[in-house]
Design a protein around this ligand. Sequence first.
Ligand SMILES: C[S@@+](CC[C@H](N)C(=O)[O-])C[C@H]1O[C@@H](n2cnc3c(N)ncnc32)[C@H](O)[C@@H]1O
Length: 196
Amino acid sequence: MTSFDRIYRQRTSRIPWHSGAPDVELIDVVRRGIVPIGRALDVGCGQGTESVFLALMGFRTTGIDLSARAIGKARRLARLLGARPTLRVASVLDLPLRRASFDFVNDRGCFHSLAPSDRSTYLREVARVLAPRGRLLLRAFSTRAPRDSRPHRFTRPALRTLLAERFVVQWIRLVPLLSAAGPPAIPVWACLARAR
Ligand SMILES: C[S@@+](CC[C@H](N)C(=O)[O-])C[C@H]1O[C@@H](n2cnc3c(N)ncnc32)[C@H](O)[C@@H]1O
């Protein structure tokens, strides 16, 4: 059982990062066609809010998460809303997926959960499964978030430098991460990057 599994034991509405709706930044890149409808992978998809949104928007969507409990909840949400993403227990550090098999990778809060020593592996894996010029939309804690925002926070230049290992960073914006569970919105970086 992962430490996340323990958190996912709680009622969905009490999970600290549960907002109940896709982030505005994700809606925006889809609505404006910046990320065209295609094959989407949601890494660390949790309870499936954004995987289900992508599937309902017409993306052929796969959501993966290390937590079996989260994937169980994501499957229930998908059934409830009549969406058909593929939802699997897997690690983003060793994706059981073919190279160049996605046009878009979505990440809300997975990259910032990883140990610093795993970041290069994450970037290699995400770059491997993305088609050439595929996009990555990432949300990760900013250093402007409260100090107890766990586990990792980034400055804008640090995030840009990390991503530049495998991606061309298109923009990084400070946005509020909303939570239905009640804590005030936390400042996070939303970042759109393109595979090289
Ligand atoms: C902050 S939560 C965000 C969940 C979801 N994206 C959301 O916005 O509700 C981070 C998620 O990343 C998952 N995670 C952490 N390490 C992972 C890994 N190596 N591979 C896949 N998922 C991982 C956790 O289980 C957790 O569900």
